[in-house]
Design a protein around this ligand. Structure first.
Ligand code: GAR
Length: 183
């Protein structure tokens, strides 16, 4: 039975969307003990693990992946850069969601960056993770128009709405079609 591990650092609304779509979340991991995403996992009785030391966290994820039937490592608002060694070990099996049309506005505060820049369109990108910051091969993108009367707050709402549909759909397809790259 296929399974996924979700790594997150914050609210976990993408985790909630993934769980609502009945995707096989086996474990949830975080670098942040205050992440609300951990509470969401606990409420659904999904085993969770918190570790602020990235090296130890990566070791734990590796152990879990090796001793369980894990197909995909899903970053859902995980705000740390994974080490090159970890990324190399699991290349093609780690995906991320980012709230902009990459390669524009990588890194933190992507929604604000796009809004402040004044672009007419921003969007959401799902991509494989490589050693860089939001630089891996793009799997899916969805554009979002920034209307004249949009505020940063409702742009957040628009982005999240798209993320919550797009990410579960992409994960489902990757698992279904075994599009997880050989590593
Ligand atoms: C999401 O908007 C996700 O795209 C973004 O963090 C948010 C997490 O929200 N990720 C990045 O910016 C990665 N560079 P959530 O915790 O409610 O799912």
């Amino acid at each position: 039975m296929a399974g996924i591990v979700v790594l997150l650092s914050g609210s976990g609304s993408n985790l909630a969307a993934i769980m609502e779509n009945e995707l096989p979340v086996k474990f949830v991991m975080s670098n942040n003990s205050k992440a609300y995403g951990i509470d969401r996992a606990n409420k659904k009785k999904i085993p969770s693990f918190v570790q602020s030391d990235l090296k130890i966290l990566e070791l734990h994820v590796t152990k879990l992946c090796l001793s369980n039937d894990i197909d995909l490592i899903v970053l859902a608002g995980f705000m740390k850069l994974l080490s090159p060694a970890f990324v190399a070990a699991w290349k093609g099996k780690i995906i991320n969601i980012h709230p902009s049309l990459l390669p524009s506005f990588p890194g933190a505060r992507a929604i604000e960056q796009a809004f402040e820049y004044g672009v007419k369109y921003t969007g959401v990108t799902v991509h494989y993770v490589d050693e860089g910051m939001d630089t891996g091969q793009i799997i899916a993108q969805e554009p979002i128009k920034i209307a004249k009367n949009d505020t940063i707050k409702n742009l957040y709402g628009k982005i999240h709405k798209v993320e919550h549909k797009l990410y579960p759909k992409v994960i489902k397809n990757l698992l279904k079609w075994k599009l997880i790259k050989a590593y």
